[in-house]
Design a binder for this molecule. Structure first.
Ligand code: ZN
Length: 145
């Protein structure tokens, strides 16, 4: 199924007492090596007009393939925004309110700065320390015939 590329509220058809809007839209089009979104933003939003102002409140979710900042491995995670809130002035002649940019920004701002595949990720296992005892240094000078 093709997902919509925009998160639009059809203000003209919105119930007067407000209504819950749910769906999935493909709006996080990042093309970064270490941050790959997959699927769309799943949203569940309550939208209501107050005069000429549209108030929206609800949750957003987007799945990502990230790279662990400790071990460098890929892992999947879901960025969740449980308290997305916005208000937008809708001019009288407008039928639609476009929430695309706000929703996209909100998801991106909630990406972890230092993603980790697991809180207990030990990171890259360091190679065993080389002996510092300088008797070993003598061996470095030996040539094997
Ligand atoms: Zn890791």
């Amino acid at each position: 199924m093709e997902l919509d590329k925009k998160l639009i509220v059809d203000v003209a058809r919105l119930a007067e007492e407000g209504e819950t809007l749910e769906g999935e839209v493909d709006i996080v089009d990042l093309d970064e090596e270490f941050v790959k979104p997959f699927g769309g933003v799943r949203y569940r939003l309550f939208a209501r007009m107050y005069g000429s102002e549209l108030l929206v409140r609800g949750s957003l979710e987007q799945d990502f393939d990230l790279v662990c900042s400790r071990c460098g491995r890929d892992f999947d995670t879901t960025v969740k925004v449980p308290d997305f809130t916005m208000s937008v002035e809708v001019p009288e002649k407008e039928q639609f309110a476009d929430l695309t940019n706000d929703a996209r920004e909100c998801i991106i701002l909630n990406l972890p700065t230092y993603p980790v595949c697991d809180e207990s990720c030990p990171g890259i296992v360091q190679e065993a320390a080389r002996p510092t005892d300088d008797r070993w240094a003598a061996l470095d000078g030996l040539k094997v015939e």
